[in-house]
Design a protein around this ligand. Sequence first.
Ligand SMILES: [Zn+2]
Length: 239
Amino acid sequence: MNKYQIKCVHCGTVTPSFALWFLQNQCCPNCKSKHAEVEYDTDYATLPSLLTGKPESFWHYFDFLPLLDKAHIVTCKEGAIPVENWEFLDKYAHDNFQVDCRVMVYRNDLNGGTNTFKDVAASLAASIFKETAIHNFCVASTGNTATAFSKYLSLAGVKFTVFVPACVSADSVEEMRSWGQEVVIADGDYAYAKKMAAEYAIDNAVLISAGNIDPIRSNGLYAGYLYSGSQRRNRADCY
Ligand SMILES: [Zn+2]
């Protein structure tokens, strides 16, 4: 049985793996939407056992991350993000909507490792690419995402091409290049860099980040609301 599946937000069509998702050019085979969420087959009754203690790595949540084999994990001390019970929201839901639930929140600015949540997303992306044998990826970025992805994709053996706006700092560009990745400085703003990246992706048949709705990104960065009680679902929203 597969551990997870990717479900289109718009029409509900299911794609059973990231390997297929990439073959479909990261979109729904039915309605072509790129907005999808990951659902897990993992028994949600096991969830409370993951919420205790202070994990050192976000891979502590492996059972609820879209990777099949731990051997494919690409990690570099990016830290963990504790899941917190926000009791004031439990109370708010009860008092205002008569909903009895526990609101568990995964806040992406609390990782105690490298202190940049982009490293967490990059670790997940690099691991998924390693598992699905993806060797090329590109993105348009203003700096932070691209710096993190340059490092982790390099560790995963993925050739990464970054399109940055002209205003990006020289330090950021040097750091990306220090990982052996290719940086293209657009002669314009971020919108122009995104246009260049999109054209590059099509011309060279290279996967490109779909931004905030990308299920790779959202599962690495999400503010996950893990409801229990009268409602239970794992929601992978953008951060
Ligand atoms: Zn669809």
